[in-house]
Write a protein that binds this ligand. Structure first.
Ligand code: ZN
Ligand code: ZN
Length: 307
């Protein structure tokens, strides 16, 4: 279920991947610079929590996973309370630098005197409880989307800690769903693995196993190569892809059955393995193509609001 070829924590690859992409698509500067800063801070926080936070804070319950229930939900997110308290202030500070229009009100959710409960907001987001969200947004005078972006950003590193620390226990579990086993979010990108042993004639045609990358916690899990993550069809006549001229290995998979799309990067055709968030944002031209052709994204991200 897990892919050992891609590191959990992208570290220094963020900077070099952004520079490579900007060399090809300089018009992405306004998207990739803020995203790089957000990813760097998230990576720093995940590393800190892995180092100082001890073992996985959420129990990996095989029988729950077998029933399709992810590790984290609105009921047990309080186990991440301390991590949330550590993650929200620095993540909101980075967001505030780049998204000035978020407004100072949103940062009040991390203020101990501001009256917002980070666990409750995070639980509402994980459970898709829109009513709680709307009420919270109204009470601080913020837009729903601004509060959503802020809570996602603060929650992401805490869930990233769970994703990294639960990985050994999740490795043996067969999870063939299109949503994340850690946090139930949908993927923002899929990728096809490169061959295991570069230079081996025998393995040169290998690789090509498909993984999904969670848009919130960053966990990665394998899925049948042609299966739609949403409606699960694997009908070859319903599953198509589109690739633009330019960088080899970049494409967008679309499903004619449910009209969803998901960008995909074929690592057999790329010289290095970029952090997946950066790779996903770097393919915004494919998002634009997909939305213009009537498809919708699996996960809403700050950069795919193009429709
Ligand atoms: Zn996840
Ligand atoms: Zn589908």
């Amino acid at each position: 279920m897990t892919d050992p070829m891609v590191p959990d924590r992208p570290g220094d690859d963020i900077g070099s991947s952004v520079e490579t992409l900007l060399g090809i698509r300089p018009f992405l500067e306004a998207i990739l610079r803020p995203l790089a800063a957000i990813c760097r801070e998230k990576t720093r926080l995940v590393e800190t929590l892995v180092r100082e936070g001890g073992s996985c804070p959420v129990e990996v319950d095989g029988s729950r996973l077998d029933r399709g229930a992810p590790l984290c939900n609105g009921m047990n997110v309080f186990l991440l309370q301390e991590a949330l308290r550590r993650c929200f202030p620095p993540m909101l500070e980075v967001l505030g630098k780049y998204f000035a229009h978020l407004g100072p009100r949103v940062s009040r959710i991390a203020d101990p005197n501001g009256g917002r409960n980070l666990s409750a907001l995070s639980g509402a987001l994980l459970d898709g409880d829109h009513a709680t969200f709307r009420e919270a947004a109204r009470s601080i005078g913020a837009d729903d989307w601004a509060l959503d972006l802020a809570v996602r950003s603060g929650l992401a590193p805490a869930l990233g800690w769970v994703a990294v620390s639960a990985r050994p226990d999740l490795a043996g579990i067969d999870w063939a769903n299109g949503y994340c086993p850690v946090c139930r979010s949908m993927p923002d990108i899929s990728y096809l693995t490169r061959a295991g042993d570069l230079g081996s004639e025998f393995l040169r045609g290998g690789g090509g196993k498909r993984y999904l990358h969670c848009s919130l916690c960053g966990y990665r899990w394998g899925i049948p190569r042609n299966m739609c993550p949403v409606c699960r069809t694997d009908d070859h006549e319903k599953r198509m892809f589109y690739e633009a001229d330019g960088v080899p290995g970049e494409r967008v998979d679309v499903c004619l059955e449910c009209r969803c799309y998901l960008p995909c990067i074929d690592l057999r055709q790329t010289p290095s393995t970029p952090p997946m968030e950066i790779a996903a944002a770097g393919m915004i031209h494919l998002d634009v193509w997909a939305v213009e052709n009537g498809y919708r994204p699996l996960a809403q991200t700050p950069w795919n609001h193009v429709g």
